[in-house]
Design a protein around this ligand. Structure first.
Ligand SMILES: *[C@@H]1O[C@H](CO)[C@@H](O)[C@H](O)[C@H]1NC(C)=O
Ligand SMILES: *[C@@H]1O[C@H](CO)[C@@H](O)[C@H](O)[C@H]1NC(C)=O
Ligand SMILES: *[C@@H]1O[C@H](CO)[C@@H](O)[C@H](O)[C@H]1NC(C)=O
Ligand SMILES: *[C@@H]1O[C@H](CO)[C@@H](O)[C@H](O)[C@H]1NC(C)=O
Length: 339
């Protein structure tokens, strides 16, 4: 009797062990099957995704006119210490490495930093990397920079469609090295420029410095040119809207020092447009800052023949060569009365 019980007990133990082993086996088979199934699902899913991205979203190619921004462009030439005490005005002058004659003429005429004994003015020429003869151009630019200490340069290709990058470099420079300047003027180098009328006729140093201020020749009610024939061609990929917000003509515009940071900051989150003046207009639109209407005929995008008395009462006239600038300057400096 006792032996039988023992035997039954052993059988019971054996069956229990068998049952446990069987469950372990079944469980692992089930797990393997589940993993295999999940793996298949994952494969299906990634396949579907790749199908979707190849059919619905083709891999994004950059439009050749697309401005690469934001991007950590490096200063190749810089003047970090030029702005020791807060100046009244920073002149950001758009040039290319090859424009040596313009820079020499501007330094001797309207870009003279000692123009006003009591109002500090800073002159900076803005450049990128010369697209042609880069090595030799860079060497002479470096030498010129050592001599005059008025050139800044970042490592983007200096082309017409990269002009926005040059202006944004200027905004970055003011923001980083000269945020306390009262005003900034961005101006083209092929321009007659009357700093005296800008300072005393328009900005007026005796008034408190403005904020959220920008003025220039206002271009309104225009939109992008969609034909590749034009120098000002802007593709839909880059700017989809049919109209531009009002903007200041890029030949020259003046703004209060605080605007450099505002524009620089908002440019980091907008799609940069290859027309620099248009893009600044888009920044102003985003910032909800209106352009201040200037007195009539002081910003002249079209050429006017030189006349001393007329030129005394305006800020700039576009399309003046370096030779012409040097030629008219002595007469322009004359204080003979105009009545
Ligand atoms: C700049 O102006 C000052 C003061 O009028 C003059 O002495 C100096 O020669 C000028 N500099 C150049 C490069 O013309
Ligand atoms: C603008 O500069 C970048 C950086 O140097 C360059 O890759 C790009 O080709 C330039 N774009 C144009 C339109 O020249
Ligand atoms: C472009 O068009 C969109 C849609 O109408 C509008 O919301 C946006 O403000 C426009 N942008 C500019 C810069 O005009
Ligand atoms: C800007 O101009 C518009 C239209 O003239 C006006 O409605 C708006 O109040 C102005 N905004 C500012 C900040 O002055």
């Amino acid at each position: 009797m006792r032996k039988l019980v023992q035997h039954q007990y052993a059988l019971f133990q054996f069956l229990t062990a068998l049952l446990i082993l069987a469950s372990i086996f079944l469980l692992s088979v089930f797990n393997m099957a589940k993993e295999a199934w999940q793996h298949d699902q994952l494969k299906l899913l990634t396949h579907a995704n790749s199908l979707q991205s190849s059919t619905l979203k083709p891999p994004r190619t950059r439009h050749p006119l697309e401005v690469v921004y934001p991007y950590n462009y490096k200063f190749l030439l810089n003047e970090p210490d030029k702005c020791k005490r807060a100046p009244f005005l920073v002149l950001l002058i758009i040039t290319e490495a090859k424009d040596l004659a313009s820079r020499l003429a501007i330094r001797r005429t309207w870009g003279n930093e000692s123009y006003f004994p009591k109002l500090p003015i800073i002159r900076l020429f803005l450049t990128g990397i010369p697209p042609m003869f880069s090595a030799s151009m860079q060497a002479s630019l470096q030498e010129e920079s050592n001599t005059f200490q008025d050139i800044i340069q970042q490592d983007f290709l200096d082309t017409y469609n990269n002009l926005t990058l040059k202006t944004l470099m200027g905004m970055q420079w003011v923001n980083q090295y000269c945020p306390k300047t009262s005003y900034v003027m961005k101006v083209d180098s092929d321009t007659f420029f009357n700093v005296d009328y800008l300072v005393h006729g328009l900005l007026k140093p005796e008034l408190p410095a403005r904020e959220r201020y920008i003025s220039g020749f206002i271009v309104a009610n225009t939109g992008p040119l969609r034909s590749k024939k034009y120098k000002w061609y802007v593709p839909k990929d880059i700017y989809p809207n049919d109209t531009y917000p009002p903007y200041c003509s890029g030949v020259g515009y003046v703004f209060s020092g605080d605007m450099a940071k505002r524009i620089y900051d908002v440019a980091q989150v907008l799609k940069v447009v290859n027309m620099e003046d248009v893009f600044i207009g888009i920044c102003l639109y985003e910032l909800k800052i209106n352009i201040t209407k200037p007195p009539p005929n002081i910003f002249n995008g079209l050429r006017i023949e030189y006349n001393r008395c007329r030129f005394k009462k305006l800020i700039f006239v576009h399309h003046f060569s370096p030779q012409e600038l040097l030629q008219i300057w002595p007469d322009f400096q004359s204080t003979a009365s105009c009545s």
